[in-house]
Ligand binder design. Structure first.
Ligand code: AMP
Length: 195
């Protein structure tokens, strides 16, 4: 049975870092929508040209485009055993469409992990990442906007998944390994490995 899971959290929560650890542990594919968009922008593909303005403003790319991307990505061979979705869904509409896309593949989400951090920590982490990685949207006014977008558009998904009974909340303001230890316990396999 494929293992599909979602990681939620404010920008800077460490979703990408934790997603990589989950991949190392379980062997599922890592689908980071921000990474996909950043490569498209860097390579100046038609997708990159379409999303660049929205990305640079710290706004959200349309639900239609993101769902289309996700449907195509989940159908690739490397995601046949499941995927960690890092950065998708980001709106309730995307969450509903994700359910439909997974249902088309005869799959359903196993767990949604909310990596929780305070806004001050989110800003500190984005500032640190800006000097380490130079991400083009890690600039102070855009960071604030991305955080606002997170609270307004994405945070409601916590209630959505809680209502479905698949939400796990972990405290993200701790060293990476401690955060991952909690995530590992939240994986449906218990010890993190398929039996
Ligand atoms: P991230 O790397 O996940 O923080 O995403 C960086 C940026 O990519 C966001 O600020 C959005 O502009 C865009 N983006 C990534 N994932 C999505 C999504 N699921 N829906 C809309 N926009 C997205």
């Amino acid at each position: 049975m494929p293992l599909d899971l979602v990681i939620l959290g404010a920008p800077g929560a460490g979703k990408g870092t934790q997603a990589k650890k989950i991949v190392a542990e379980t062997g599922v594919a890592h689908i980071g929508t921000g990474d996909i968009l950043r490569s498209a922008i860097a390579e100046q593909t038609p997708l990159g040209e379409e999303v660049q303005g929205v990305y640079d403003r710290g706004a959200l790319v349309s639900d239609e485009l993101m769902t289309h991307l996700m449907r195509a990505r989940l159908a690739l061979e490397d995601a046949a055993a499941g995927a960690v979705l890092d950065g998708f869904p980001r709106t309730c509409a995307q969450a509903e469409r994700l359910d439909a896309v997974l249902a088309e593949l005869d799959r359903r989400l196993a767990v949604a992990i909310d990596v929780h951090i305070r806004d001050e920590v989110a800003i500190e982490r984005m500032l640190a990442r800006a000097s380490a990685e130079g991400r083009r949207d890690d600039v102070p006014e855009i960071m604030r906007r991305r955080l606002d977008v997170y609270h307004r558009e994405t945070e409601p998904l916590i209630g959505y998944y809680r209502g479905r009974g698949i939400l796990e909340v972990v405290d993200g303001d701790r060293p990476q390994e401690e955060v991952f230890a909690d995530i590992r316990r939240a994986l449906p396999y218990g010890n993190g490995r398929p039996s």
